[in-house]
Design a protein around this ligand. Structure first.
Ligand code: ATP
Ligand code: MG
Length: 760
C-alpha cells in the first residue's frame, strides 16, 4: 500500500552508474561460491540439473539427480535459475537466459500441459500432439474478461483486437515454425477467438469454413505431418467500426505443384483426391468415371492411401458443405470435381513408341478418352498435344514429335497447371464470397501461416524460396523487436545505444542484389537456351564467392549462410522449376475446351505470359508460354506481403515441434533447441541479453531485497534503498542501469541476489 505514496525522484544515471572499484571484480567468483545448482551437459548433448556441493579453485563437486557425486571443472557448468523461477510463463523472467534454462523452462511447462510460454513479446507454442484442455468457449470467455492471464493464442489474439481498436492500427499475427510444429492449428485457434469476439453477422462462419476447403486442396500427408500445408497463407480479417467481422481476404503463396504428379513413398498427394474417390456419390462417380485411389497412377506411386484416424469420405462431405457455405454453386462444385478427375486420369495416360527415334504417341485408351471428355476437348487434339510440339522456324510452323520423357513431362506439366489454376480459382471464389461490404472501415487483423525455415539433407528450389522468405520475415521480426526494446529504454531514460543489434541484411543482399544476386542470376540463366543447372551453379561461384554469406560447393551445389544456419542447395532442377513452363500447345488445348473452367484457366495462363518474360528464348522463335519466373513472382508476392505486414502492428507466434514422431509426451531437447535457434526465439533472447532484459520496479526491488541491507539507509524511498542494495552487493555499473521507474539488469544479476536471499 505504501508503494503508491512513495515519490520517485528522478535519478541521475551517470552518478549511479559511475565506475567504482568492485570488491568482487570477478562476478563469476561470486557466482561459483554461492550458486546452488547448475546445468551439466551430458555426452548425448542433453542438459541435466545438478546440485553443487562444494567449489574450490576451478573445480566443483556436484551431485547428479541419480545421487551420483562427481568432480568437474567449474567452467563446464552453466548457471541454473533458482527454483522459484521454475516454469515461469515468460522466459524473460529467467535470471539466467542460457540455452539449458530456456529448454528446461519450456519442458517444465510442456509436462504440465502449459504448451504456451512467452519469450518477451513472442509467444512460443509447443505442439502437444494431443487434446489439451485449453480451448473452447469457457476459455475464450475467460481470456476475454482477463480472468486468465497465462500465455495463450487467445491472449495474443485478444491483445491484437484491443490494439486494433485502441490504436486504430491494423494488426498481424505471424506464425512460424517447422512442418508439423502446429502453425495451421494455431492459426485456426486464433481465428476461433476472432470469430467468437467479432462474430454476429454470420460471415465468421464462412471464414472458418475456408479452413477445411484450403486444407483439402492445399494440404497432404508428408513424412513430417499427416496434414501438411503445401502453401503459405495470409488471411486478412476485416472489422467494422463496432469491432465486428465484416469480411476477409485470403492470399496464398507458392503451392507445391509437384505433389500432384509425384510424391515420396509413404506420403500422399492433396487430400481432396482421396476424399473425392472415397466420398463421391454414385451419380458423380459415373459422370466422372471415378475409380478408387489404388487405380490412379499419381496416387498409387507413393504406396500410401489412407491416414490413421481420418475418414476421407466423411471429410468429403465436410468439404462439400464448406463449399456451399462460401457460395460455390453445385454446378461449379461439379466442375471442380471434374477437373480433379481429369488430373487423376491424366496420370493414367500412357504412351507407345512409334518410330525408331523413340518418338511416342498417347495410347487411345480409357485414360485418353476420359480426360478428353472431362476437359471438354477433342480426343485427337489431346493426343496431339501430348505427343507433339508445334514450333516456329523462320516463317514456317513445324511439328516436332516428342520422346517418351518429353511426353511424360508435357502430360505432368498439364496436370500440375490444371491443379494450380484450380487452387487459385477456388481462392478467388472464396475471396469473392468473403469480400468486404461497402461499410468497411479498413481495420483488419491478418494471420500469416507460412512455412518455416527448412534445412534437409538435400535442399532444392523449394527450400531456396522458403528460406529466402524466412530471411525476409526474420528481418521484419528483428526490426520490430529492436524497436520495442528501444522504445522501452527511451521511455525509462536508458541509454539504449548499449544494445547491440545484428541484422541479416547481408544475406538478403545475397538474394536480392541486382544484377549479381542469387535471384537475378537464376533468372538470367533461366532465359539462356543453353543454361543448365551446372552452368547456373558455376555462374554463382564466379560472381558470388566474395560474398560472406555464400560458399561455392563441389559440382552443382552451393551453400548459403542463413540467419538460422548454413544450408547447402543442390541446383538440380532449379532452372526447370524456376521456368515452370507449360507448352503453348497445352494452353491452346484448354482454350479450345467446351467447358467453363478449362477455358478460364487457359486465359489465365495466357495473361500471365504477357507479363515481362523469363523463359528460354527458343532458338526457333519460342513456342513456349513465356512468363514470369517462379522466383521473380515469389519475390513480388513476398515484397507485397512485407509491405502489408510493415503497415501493421505485429504479434509473433513461434511453434515448436517437441519430437519427430508426432506423438505426445516426448520432448527431445536437441530438436527443440535447434528450432528455437531457427525460429529466432534464441535470437530474441540474445537481443535481450545484449541489453538489460531483467526489469524490476524500484519498489519491487527495494521490497524484495531491502532486508539484506547491513546498514540503515538515510532515506527510505525505494530508489535510495535500491541503490544502497546495488552498492552493498557491488553490482558492477555496466551490469545495470537505473531508469525513471525501473532498474534494468543484464542477465544473471538478479539470480545472484536471489541465491543470496534464499540463503539468508
Ligand atoms: P506444416 O508446415 O506441415 O503445415 P503445421 O506447422 O501447420 O505444419 P499443423 O498441421 O498445425 O502443423 O499441426 C500438426 C499436427 O499437430 C496437427 O494435425 C495436430 O494433430 C497437432 N497439433 C498441433 N497443434 C495442436 C494443438 N494446439 N493441440 C492439439 N494438437 C495439435
Ligand atoms: Mg500447416
Amino acid at each position: 500500500a505504501d508503494e503508491d505514496s512513495v515519490s520517485v525522484s528522478l535519478p541521475l544515471p551517470s552518478i549511479l552508474t559511475s565506475s567504482r572499484e568492485s570488491r568482487w571484480n570477478d562476478t563469476n567468483a561470486y557466482g561459483s561460491k554461492k550458486k546452488l545448482q547448475s546445468w551439466l551437459q551430458l555426452p548425448n548433448g542433453d542438459w541435466e540439473l545438478v546440485k553443487i556441493i562444494t567449489t574450490s579453485a576451478d573445480e566443483s563437486v556436484i551431485s547428479l539427480p541419480n545421487g551420483k557425486v562427481l568432480k568437474v571443472k567449474e567452467d563446464i557448468l552453466v548457471p541454473a535459475n533458482p527454483d522459484i523461477l521454475d516454469g515461469v510463463d515468460d522466459l524473460m523472467q529467467l535470471s539466467y537466459l542460457n540455452e539449458p534454462s530456456v529448454l528446461f523452462n519450456l519442458q517444465y511447462r510442456y509436462n504440465h500441459n502449459m504448451i504456451y510460454t512467452k519469450a518477451g513479446p513472442v509467444l512460443v507454442a509447443v505442439n502437444p500432439f494431443k487434446k489439451v484442455p485449453l480451448y473452447g468457449n469457457d476459455y475464450i470467455e475467460a481470456y476475454k474478461c482477463k480472468a486468465i492471464e497465462s500465455p495463450h493464442v487467445y491472449a495474443i489474439t485478444d491483445t491484437a483486437i484491443r490494439e486494433m481498436i485502441r490504436d486504430e492500427v491494423n494488426q498481424s499475427i505471424v506464425i512460424s515454425g517447422e512442418s508439423g510444429a502446429g502453425k495451421t492449428e494455431t492459426a485456426k485457434i486464433a481465428m476461433q477467438y476472432l470469430a467468437a469476439l467479432g462474430g454476429g453477422s454470420g460471415i465468421e462462419n464462412e471464414i472458418l469454413k475456408t479452413n477445411p476447403i484450403l486444407e483439402a486442396f492445399g494440404n497432404g500427408k508428408t513424412l513430417r505431418n499427416d496434414n501438411s500445408s503445401r502453401f503459405g497463407k495470409l488471411i486478412e480479417i476485416h472489422f467494422s467500426e463496432a469491432g465486428k467481422i465484416s469480411g476477409a481476404n485470403i492470399q496464398t503463396f507458392l503451392l507445391e505443384k509437384s505433389r500432384v504428379v509425384q510424391c515420396n513413398e509413404g506420403e500422399r498427394s492433396y487430400h481432396i483426391f482421396y476424399q473425392l474417390c472415397a466420398g463421391a456419390p454414385s451419380s458423380l462417380r459415373e459422370k466422372l468415371n471415378l475409380l478408387s485411389v489404388e487405380d490412379y497412377k499419381y496416387l498409387r506411386q507413393s504406396n500410401c492411401f489412407s491416414i490413421t484416424g481420418v475418414d476421407d469420405a466423411e471429410e468429403f462431405q465436410i468439404v462439400k458443405e464448406a463449399l456451399d457455405v462460401v457460395h460455390i454453386s453445385k454446378g461449379d462444385q461439379e466442375n471442380v470435381f471434374a477437373m480433379l478427375a481429369a488430373v487423376l486420369w491424366l496420370g493414367n495416360i500412357s504412351f507407345t513408341v512409334v518410330d525408331n527415334e523413340n518418338h511416342v504417341q498417347a495410347v487411345e485408351d480409357e485414360g485418353l478418352f476420359t480426360v478428353a471428355k472431362l476437359i471438354g476437348c477433342e480426343v485427337e487434339d489431346l493426343k496431339l498435344t501430348l505427343s507433339t510440339r508445334k514450333m516456329k522456324v523462320g516463317n514456317d510452323n513445324i511439328v516436332q514429335k516428342l520422346t517418351l520423357s518429353q511426353a511424360i513431362d508435357a502430360r505432368d506439366a498439364l496436370a500440375k497447371s490444371i491443379y494450380a489454376c484450380l487452387f487459385d480459382w477456388l481462392v478467388e471464389q472464396i475471396n469473392k464470397s468473403l469480400a468486404v461490404g461497402k461499410r468497411r472501415t479498413g481495420r483488419s487483423i491478418s494471420i500469416l501461416d507460412i512455412y518455416g525455415f527448412e534445412s534437409f539433407n538435400r535442399n532444392s528450389f523449394e527450400q531456396f524460396c522458403i528460406n529466402y522468405a524466412n530471411e525476409r520475415l526474420q528481418q521484419h521480426f528483428n526490426r520490430h523487436l529492436f524497436k520495442l526494446e528501444q522504445e522501452e529504454y527511451i521511455q525509462d531514460g536508458i541509454d539504449w545505444a548499449k544494445v547491440e543489434f545484428e541484422d541479416n541484411q547481408d544475406c538478403l543482399n545475397l538474394f536480392e542484389k541486382k544484377p549479381l544476386g542469387l535471384l537475378s542470376l537464376i533468372d538470367e540463366e533461366s532465359t539462356f537456351p543453353n543454361g543448365t543447372d551446372l552452368t547456373f551453379a558455376n555462374k554463382l561461384k564466379q560472381h558470388l564467392n566474395s560474398n560472406s554469406c555464400f560458399k561455392g560447393e563441389r559440382e552443382k551445389a552451393f551453400t548459403v549462410r542463413h540467419y538460422a544456419g548454413e544450408v547447402t542447395y543442390d541446383t538440380t532442377g532449379f532452372l526447370e522449376k524456376n521456368r515452370d513452363l507449360l507448352h503453348l500447345d497445352s494452353i491452346q488445348l484448354l482454350s479450345s475446351s467446351k467447358c467453363h473452367l478449362p477455358k478460364l484457366f487457359a486465359s489465365h495462363m495466357l495473361t500471365q505470359s504477357e507479363k515481362p518474360v523469363v523463359g528460354p528464348l527458343h532458338k526457333s522463335g519460342g513456342a513456349d508460354s513465356q512468363k514470369l519466373s517462379v522466383a521473380t513472382k515469389f519475390k513480388g508476392q513476398l515484397f507485397q506481403l512485407m509491405q502489408r505486414l510493415e503497415s501493421t502492428s505485429p504479434h509473433f507466434i513461434r511453434c515448436i515441434k517437441p519430437n519427430n514422431l508426432q506423438s505426445p509426451g516426448s520432448y527431445e531437447q536437441s530438436l527443440v533447441l535447434q528450432q528455437l535457434r531457427c525460429c529466432g526465439v534464441l535470437e530474441v533472447v540474445r537481443i535481450s541479453r545484449s541489453g538489460f532484459p531483467t526489469r524490476v520496479s524500484h519498489q519491487k526491488f527495494a521490497r524484495r531485497y531491502g532486508f539484506l541491507l547491513l546498514e540503515n539507509v538515510a532515506s527510505q524511498d525505494p530508489l535510495s534503498v535500491s541503490v544502497a542494495i546495488l552498492h552493498q552487493f557491488n553490482i558492477l555499473p555496466e551490469m545495470y542501469q537505473v531508469g525513471y521507474t525501473k532498474l534494468f539488469f543484464r542477465t544473471g544479476q538478479i539470480g545472484m541476489l536471489e541465491d543470496t536471499r534464499n540463503r539468508t
